[in-house]
Write a protein that binds this ligand. Structure first.
Ligand SMILES: Nc1nc2c(c(=O)[nH]1)N[C@H]1C(S)=C(S)[C@@H](COP(=O)(O)O)O[C@H]1N2
Ligand SMILES: [Mo]
Length: 390
């Protein structure tokens, strides 16, 4: 006799751990993580838009560092939560659809479709997020930020729908004892290797470990335990380096004695300054973080020329967005737009020094932009041109 290879039915799953009581408890924290991840993601997306209908604030200077650290940390914490959540509801995948009742069938199909969208989009968000934080870009055909942003809306929409549909049972099981069996499947009676309470606690502990292991890329004193942190916080002048001068192909142009910073106002070259000219201007020192979208961040002490002072010396209007161009010849971050309120902020510098020494080539020598509350990706290095336009 050949064994029958039939798909499992919900009754094939007998562990009493796979229960709504476990699913709702883990799901609650998964929902909270996703909610925080979504909101902080919106902040990051907005901060990176080339123009802002409502100005993005320049204070607090550590704001983006905080929201983006939270974004990456809650995303990582969601991974063990999502795995256990999916495991706890797996039998549902094999429920036979109610074929004989058209209305019920339609509802079931709709509900399953929304769950499929939720699961797929959640996995997509976490997988692309982790790949991005690890600086691994296996995609070349789509832009990470726009795709991650679009799918975030899909995921959050499906999540809200899912919570709305399940609200009665969520409320019921969360207000009952975890070992209550009212909502269990009839066959879910085999005691597991651990209690429901222990499973939920272990899951939360796994999420906490994942959080600690990641948070060190933002929180200095956690660095020792942050085995998952992509950046260790080490780097020349105490700040990690994301893209090196070699990778950006600017080694030669950035170290050339002929380097000049050009200032363009309303499409006409207003003039240029040399490195020595910048050194001769009044210098200011600020403590500002580099807060990378990938989740790591580090505080630096930067000195250099106030951007507003430099622009004023060329009689450029002070209330305009400023386009900042790098020596880098290609790449998405060679040119960024600095909004008018950032350009006017007195903490915004064209930095020449980091930690009291001239910038290393990799940190953006001869000069780089450093502004408060700005995503690291927009803190342009190896600046060669500033354009103030109408
Ligand atoms: N021209 C240029 N500037 C750039 C980048 C780049 O690729 N090219 N990378 C940015 C990113 S993603 C970050 S996080 C910061 C990192 O600055 P650091 O390497 O000095 O720490 O630089 C930013 N400035
Ligand atoms: Mo970055």
């Amino acid at each position: 006799m050949t064994p029958r290879l039939a798909p499992p039915t919900p009754d094939s799953f007998t562990s009493r751990l796979r229960s709504p009581a476990v699913a709702a408890r883990v799901g609650l924290w998964l929902g909270i993580s996703f909610g925080i991840c979504f909101l902080t993601g919106l902040v990051s997306h907005y901060a990176q838009l080339p123009s802002h209908p409502i100005p993005f604030p320049t204070s607090p200077s550590w704001g983006y560092r905080f929201t983006q650290g939270l974004h990456v940390t809650t995303g990582i914490a969601a991974i063990p939560l999502l795995l256990v959540k999916l495991w706890s509801v797996l039998p549902k995948l094999f429920e036979a659809p109610p074929l004989h009742d058209a209305r019920k069938l339609l509802l079931t199909v709709l509900e399953r479709a929304s769950i499929a969208v939720l699961v797929a989009s959640a996995i997509f968000q976490l997988a692309t997020g982790v790949a991005n934080a690890a600086q691994w870009y296996p995609w070349s055909s789509f832009s990470f930020r726009t795709t991650h942003y679009a799918i975030a809306w899909v995921a959050i929409g499906a999540l809200v729908l899912h919570i709305a549909v399940k609200l009665p049972i969520i409320r019921d099981v969360l207000t009952s004892d975890i070992d209550d069996t009212t909502h269990d499947r009839e066959t879910a009676t085999t005691p597991g290797p651990l209690s429901r309470r222990a499973l939920v606690r272990t899951t939360f502990a796994a999420a906490a470990v994942a959080t600690l292991a990641t948070a060190g890329s933002t929180v200095t004193w956690l660095r020792q335990v942050s085995v998952l942190a992509v950046r260790t916080g080490e780097g020349p002048q105490g700040v990690p380096i994301n893209k090196s001068a070699r990778a950006a192909r600017v080694e030669e142009s950035a170290s050339s004695p002929d380097w000049r910073l050009e200032v363009v106002v309303d499409g006409t070259v207003a003039g240029s300054v040399s490195y020595d000219d910048l050194r001769a201007m009044q210098q200011h020192t600020v403590d500002l973080p580099i807060a990378c979208v990938e989740g790591w961040s580090a505080q630096g002490t930067w000195s250099g020329v106030r951007l507003a002072d430099l622009l004023a010396s060329f009689d450029a209007p002070a209330d305009r967005d400023v386009s900042v161009t790098s020596l880098q010849e290609s790449g998405p971050f060679r040119r960024t737009i600095l909004p008018a309120n950032f350009a006017a902020d007195e903490r915004t510098l064209l930095a020449l020094d980091l930690s009291g020494e001239p910038l290393s080539l990799d940190h953006g020598y001869p000069c780089r932009l450093i502004a408060p509350n700005r995503p690291g990706v927009l803190q342009t290095k190896w600046v060669s041109r500033l354009e103030v336009s109408a």
